[in-house]
Design a protein around this ligand. Structure first.
Ligand SMILES: Nc1ncnc2c1ncn2[C@@H]1O[C@H](COP(=O)(O)OP(=O)(O)O)[C@@H](O)[C@H]1O
Ligand SMILES: [Mg+2]
Length: 481
């Protein structure tokens, strides 16, 4: 129903309908005015002619009748009047004497009181134009002539003229309508082809070529359209080629990036392994040696009691140096692989790292807040978060000149979020970052399927936000592959 309605609306709005409807309407209005005007003129012409004929005939008949009446020649008068009656429109003819008595009556005279007088055939209502004329002989009234002219012949002639006029007008309207429809159909068919072709081009079909049937405006439009489609097709092809090239380059760049990442992850894994190995070596080898040195120094001290004071002083000095070496080695071990991370977990390791950092950087207030379950994140996440915090704090102490730094770590609804914010001078965008710290942090986070964001503005510090989804991450070794 709705489709039929919209189709009919489309038809009434179409150029074809509007063209045909307007031409035919104008034609009907103009021809109707013409026919109406012609009918009025024909009517006036016919009635004027009848009036002129009637008045001239009555004048002549009155004159001639006067002559015959003066000669009292009624036989010739009768003969003359019968000849006059031969006029086809004359319905009756009556001669009256001075006393209005009928002398001669010819035709179908009306039975009513004399005299009868109509001023104009156009104002006649009974179908007969009645007129009378005075018969004068030497200016003396001898009687009257009464004549009645039937209007039927005149009306028949007017009717025929009207029918002819209307027929001509109707033929003209029909011919105009046919010609307009034909021209309209031809025109709109070609315009319709143009419109369909334009829609096809809009959908991306550039193989269309419109036939050039004529060299008129539509033909020229079709030529211009074909040229435009060829140009669009050409440009689109070039664009597609360029896009294909760009896609190829992008794929290559992506492959290179993936390879790069893989390399970085492998080196990060190697780095962590090496750190772990070094920490163990330091602990096992150097730690044992220092312990032995300290034990030896102590026994030298014990043995030298009461002997040479210089031996005791040297043994004390060895003990001090060995203790310092132990502290340095211990600190190196912590940095390489904090034992507390494995022993007490991430939170304790972070707290220890922060308090050590605070000691080294007393002018920057450092604070940590933790929330949620952070005890069973797995080694891989633990070491990643630990290294990131370590790198952030190193950067703050190296570059930020901050007064405060905060570390927030939370585990909420399966998402681990780390925020490290300082209020230092921020990263200067004009200085190119040559280091690997930020890149390494990003790589570590992305290797866990997480997101790394760094926000900074000059004078407004640096904010680092790390988000790691906990579902996807396999807990386990420090493999970054
Ligand atoms: N918290 C910070 N405040 C100010 N500048 C920073 C901060 N962190 C990093 N930067 C700037 O960003 C650069 C890159 O840092 P990073 O990638 O860690 O490299 P590196 O520490 O080896 O120089 C640094 O050289 C420094 O200019
Ligand atoms: Mg750094």
């Amino acid at each position: 129903m709705r489709i039929a309605l919209s189709m009919s609306t489309t038809f009434f709005r179409s150029l074809r309908f509007r063209l045909i409807a307007s031409v035919v309407t104008i034609e009907i209005v103009m021809l109707s005015l013409l026919v109406w005007n012609n009918i009025a003129i024909i009517h006036t012409t016919h009635t004027d002619r009848l009036r002129d004929t009637a008045f001239s005939m009555i004048q002549q008949t009155a004159n001639n009748s006067g002559t015959y009446m003066a000669a009292v020649d009624y036989a010739t008068l009768q003969y003359y009047l019968e000849k006059v009656m031969g006029y086809k429109e004359l319905a009756y003819l009556v001669i009256l004497d001075r006393n209005d008595g009928a002398v001669i009556t010819l035709g179908s005279a009306p039975r009513k009181t004399w005299p009868l007088m109509d001023s104009h055939p156009a104002r006649v209502t009974d179908g007969v134009f009645d007129i009378s004329g005075e018969i004068l002989v030497a200016d003396q009234p001898m009687g009257k002539v009464l004549m009645g002219f039937s209007l039927s012949l005149m009306e028949e002639a007017i009717r025929k003229s009207r029918i002819r006029g209307i027929s001509i007008a109707a033929t003209a309207i029909i011919l105009t309508a046919i010609v307009t429809v034909l021209i309209g159909l031809g025109l709109t068919r070609r315009l319709g082809m143009l419109s369909i072709a334009a829609q096809d081009v809009g959908k991306g079909n550039y193989s269309i070529t419109l036939p050039i049937e004529t060299k008129d405006e539509v033909g020229r439009t079709a030529t211009a359209f074909n040229r435009m489609v060829a140009e669009v097709s050409n440009r689109t092809r070039k664009l597609e080629e360029a896009e294909a090239k760009a896609r190829k380059a992008e794929t290559r760049a992506r492959k290179l990036l993936a390879e790069n990442r893989q390399l970085t992850r492998t080196s990060l894994t190697a780095l962590e392994d090496e750190r772990k190995h070094l920490a163990r070596e330091l602990h096992d080898e150097l730690g044992q040696c220092i312990t032995a040195i300290r034990a030896d120094a102590r026994s030298i001290r014990g043995l030298s009691k009461g002997c040479d004071d210089r031996v005791d002083a040297s043994a004390g000095a060895i003990l001090d140096v060995a203790s310092r070496i132990y502290e340095v080695v211990h600190s190196m071990m912590q940095r390489l692989r904090p034992g507390v991370l494995d022993d007490l977990g991430l939170v304790e390791a972070l707290k220890e790292e922060l308090s050590a950092w605070q000691e080294r950087n007393p002018y920057t207030k450092c604070k940590i807040t933790v929330s949620g379950d952070l005890a069973s994140l797995g080694e891989r996440i633990n070491i990643t978060i630990y290294r990131i915090v370590q790198e952030c704090l190193t950067n703050v102490s190296k570059y930020a000149q901050a007064r405060h730094v905060t570390v927030d770590l939370s585990n909420t609804s399966g998402k681990l979020v780390l925020n490290v914010v300082d209020d230092g001078k921020g990263i200067d965008p004009t200085i190119s970052a040559g280091g690997l710290g930020v890149i390494g942090m990003r790589e570590r986070v992305e290797a866990l399927g997480g997101k790394f964001q760094l926000e900074t503005a000059q004078g407004k510090g640096v904010s680092i936000m790390v988000t790691v989804p906990l579902m996807n991450v396999e807990k386990g070794t420090t493999e970054y592959a």
